[in-house]
Design a protein around this ligand. Structure first.
Ligand code: MG
Length: 439
């Protein structure tokens, strides 16, 4: 042993007790914390005390009293999600390490082999949110702290103003402004409204469909007029949003975006169906009207080019529909890099846990743009202790460790889900010739 080796070994010997003590201290700190495994997965389906079709997941762990909750809601196919989790994923997830969130999603996707799709993504979302909830509880931190920490104090949301005519829409926009909302979505006459031919009117075939019918020419005249009215009579300052619900043919979508430019929209939403997103390049060439897209997206391939080529201004997937907080965080970071902002979708059918999951991503996202608002019934507010609160156009969570929201199982049992399968879906409208118009 030379002098240098002798010195090193003397120092090591002197430091060894201190290092060992530090190791023991770390092990003591982790005792009872790791490894924690998934012990069971419970699935709840509830009406929320109303007519919702909500599905939630509760992940129980090997640590007594430690569990997480997540949203797996999908209005259109709720029982497919319940069955998928109970019959396939529950056993696949039991025994997994609760720390390994992305690893669990990867294995679950590979497990089904043909990955992607709304049902699968909602199942994975339930697990993903619940595991983030657990991770936050173990760390003693709200989830947004684990995502890098908050970059804002609360989350701005937009309100939904509708009305049968321009005057009524204007009154309702003003009501939101009076409550403190800065961003308001303005629709006229509900889904596809503004372009509707009344029942029995218009030139129809001899027999067949005689109900309310969508006409895109009429729509592309009525909605810019509505915005002109709102700017002239309600406010020059309110940040206006409008949702097209994917009803337009591609060339009309380009023309409609151009016609909306004078009204300084905060964004125009879903101007094209997912199958026609290549047309966003045409829209970009002719107008600066900001575009938001993604409500029907379920796969990253659908948003990568739109973001990387800077063809949209807001990405607005539903957090639960793309697999939960982890994929939403990945999209948010990708979007931020390219100057595209987030506008996570909520909508009338959506649930308090998905809302609060989006809240945590929003709180930690520099690329945040806006969040869609949701308001819940008194029964739902009782069912979800820690439910988000909206005041003056801002969404607040509890900031408790994890997601900061819980499920009251007794109330869920009191309000079981009643599956509603309507003969007609609520999204398809028909043209005057009776043909379906794609939403
Ligand atoms: Mg929409």
């Amino acid at each position: 042993m030379n002098r240098r080796q002798l010195f090193a070994s003397t120092v090591a010997a002197a430091c060894a007790p201190r290092f060992a003590a530090a190791q023991q201290q770390a092990q003591r700190a982790l005792r009872g914390l790791s490894p924690v495994k998934i012990r069971d997965v419970k699935v709840f389906a509830t009406s929320g005390g109303s007519r919702y079709q909500w599905v939630f997941v509760k992940v129980l762990t090997t640590e007594p009293g430690l569990y997480g909750v997540g949203s797996a809601s999908n209005l259109e196919e709720p029982m497919a999600i319940v069955a998928n989790i109970e019959n396939h994923f529950r056993q696949f997830w039991i025994g997994r390490d609760v720390d390994r969130i992305d690893d669990a999603a990867m294995h679950s996707n590979n497990h089904v082999y043909r990955r992607g799709g709304a049902v699968l993504n909602c199942c994975l979302s339930g697990l993903d949110m619940a595991l983030w909830d657990i991770k936050g509880k173990r760390a003693g931190m709200p989830v947004y702290d684990l995502l890098g920490g908050k970059v804002r104090d609360a989350v701005p949301v937009y309100g939904h103003a509708d009305g049968r005519d321009m005057q009524q829409v204007g009154e309702n926009v003003r009501k939101f402004m009076d409550q403190g909302y800065v961003h308001v979505r303005a629709q006229m006459g509900g889904y596809g409204g503004g372009g509707m031919v009344p029942p029995g009117q218009g030139t129809r075939p001899r027999t067949g469909y005689n109900g309310i019918a969508f006409d895109e020419e009429q729509y592309a005249v009525a909605i810019p007029k509505l915005m002109e009215y709102l700017r002239a009579n309600v406010s020059q300052d309110v940040k206006l949003i409008h949702d097209v619900h994917e009803h337009l043919t591609p060339t009309m979508a380009v023309e409609f975006a151009r016609r909306m430019e004078p009204y300084r929209m905060f964004f125009v939403e879903d101007i094209l169906p997912p199958e026609q997103i290549s047309w966003f390049a045409n829209i970009r060439r002719v107008t600066s009207t900001p575009m938001a897209m993604g409500e029907l997206f379920v796969n990253q391939e659908q948003w990568v080019r739109l973001i990387a080529d800077r063809l949209i201004d807001f990405i607005r997937c539903r957090v639960s529909s793309i697999g939960g907080i982890t994929p939403a965080r990945k999209v948010a970071i990708l979007a931020e890099t390219f100057g595209v902002r987030t506008a996570w979708q909520e909508g009338g059918d959506h649930d308090p846990i998905n809302q609060i999951a989006a809240y945590h991503v929003d709180m930690a996202s520099l690329g945040f743009g806006i969040q869609e608002d949701n308001h819940f019934t008194p029964a739902a507010q009782e069912m979800f202790p820690g439910i988000g609160r909206i005041e003056k156009g801002y969404l607040y969570g509890t900031n408790a460790p994890g997601l900061g929201i819980d499920i009251d199982e007794k109330l869920v049992a009191k309000y079981p889900m009643v599956v509603n399968v309507p003969k007609e879906d609520s999204f398809t409208v028909r043209a005057v010739d009776g043909s379906p118009v794609r939403p």
